[in-house]
Design a protein around this ligand. Structure first.
Ligand code: NI
Length: 388
């Protein structure tokens, strides 16, 4: 066990207040102005080498050099945004902004990383290389990581060799870690489509071209993709979640619209699903003489850890939490995470830190980040920087 910080540390007491202040003032994607100001306020009091603000609007990258600063470069990432959700908690630090809530614990992620930055900036001799503390905006659906990585050339400007992420995980005991060698979070795509037929009288279908019958076949056809085209050893989901068409009992509508979501864990499976969806649509067009317009909207890619980096995380987590508190290769989550962009073409890994077995789930209006993780999470970040 290697506790750099304990629950009794003054720094932890300060950061608990910090976390609760951020929780009380949640801000949505790309609007984390107050949050970024608060993070920067703390960073500016530290002995850092550079603070880059305005990354992807509100993001911050802080740079800290240890011994032999050019010997290695490591990135640690936290997300800062909240969700459009009404908080139902009544404690003192509950959201003061109706309709906005830190229901995913990004307030805690920001605070854990900031705590590690505080400790490391006072202990520069404890580690080799250069650390980049990445405070990212807009993880929830908006892909702030993609903007940072792709549009703002993150890797060109900050030459990290590996980037690490951490998300709190309800259901996993506090003080425990969950670490995957490969897929950890799913790719999340959405789609919308329109089946265009020809409307007419419900009693005279031969003079119309019924898009409802074609749509029924289309939904059934989509359900064969996971069942018949994806390997039984792989995971994927194709869900049609909305279907709209028709206005009256005796009217065949002109068109039907539907939409849904696709989840997968590998690029190959994702491509296979997209290809088959297009083929099924084309087949339905021929079969029914309708037109099918498919708008496939790729979302976050799957988050797939690099095995070598996962091993580094496992070693660090075991030093901090003990051998028995690190659970390896739990089933991955069908949720999605934009950290994927940081490790799509570069090494890195993303791990889970237990938020407690009794914790309400992520995105639940009763959720709250477990403050004991300020110690566990910061110690993990510190250990990772020292020993990675
Ligand atoms: Ni989250």
């Amino acid at each position: 066990m290697n506790p750099y910080l304990t629950l009794e540390s003054d720094l932890i007491a300060r950061m608990r207040q910090f976390r609760r202040d951020i929780h009380a003032h949640p801000e949505l994607a790309f609007k984390e102005f107050r949050t970024a100001d608060k993070v920067a306020e703390v960073l500016e009091t530290l002995n850092l080498d550079a603070i880059h603000r305005g990354q992807a609007v509100t993001g911050i990258v802080a740079v800290l050099k240890g011994r032999n600063p050019d010997s290695r470069h490591i990135g640690l990432r936290a997300d800062m945004d909240a969700l459009p959700l009404c908080e139902l908690n009544h404690f003192d630090h509950a959201s003061r902004h109706e309709g906005k809530m830190h229901a995913c614990g990004h307030d805690g992620h920001t605070s854990m990383l900031l705590t590690a930055a505080c400790w490391l900036s006072e202990n520069r001799d404890a580690f080799e290389g250069t650390v980049y503390f990445i405070f990212q905006p807009a993880e929830e659906g908006e892909g702030g990581a993609r903007v940072m990585v792709e549009e703002e050339d993150f890797f060109g400007r900050f030459p990290v060799e590996a980037t690490y992420g951490m998300h709190n995980w309800p259901g996993l005991p506090q003080g425990h870690f969950g670490i995957h060698h490969g897929p950890v979070m799913a790719a999340m795509d959405t789609f919308a489509l329109e089946v265009k037929g020809r409307g007419g009288h419900g009693g005279i279908p031969n003079l119309a071209n019924d898009p409802i019958v074609a749509s029924a076949q289309l939904v059934s056809g989509f359900q064969t993709i996971v069942a018949r085209n994806v390997s039984p050893l792989e995971q994927a989901v194709v869900s049609v979640t909305q279907i709209h068409g028709g206005d009256g009992d005796n009217i065949i509508p002109d068109s039907v619209t539907m939409s849904g979501t696709v989840r997968s864990f590998s690029r190959e499976v994702r491509e296979k699903v997209i290809t088959r969806m297009k083929e099924v649509c084309a087949g339905i067009e021929v079969m029914f003489g309708v037109e099918v317009v498919l708008d496939y909207r790729p979302g976050f890619p799957p988050t797939i850890n690099h095995a070598d980096n996962a091993e580094i995380c496992i070693r660090a987590a075991k030093k901090v939490a003990g051998e028995g508190a690190v659970i390896v290769d739990l089933p991955p989550s069908m949720g999605a995470e934009d950290f994927a962009y940081f490790i799509l073409e570069h090494p890195g890994a993303y791990i889970w830190i237990g938020n407690g077995e009794q914790s309400p789930s992520l995105h639940n209006p009763h959720y709250d980040f477990n403050d004991d993780n300020l110690v566990t999470g910061a110690n993990y970040w510190i250990e990772l920087v020292i020993s990675a």
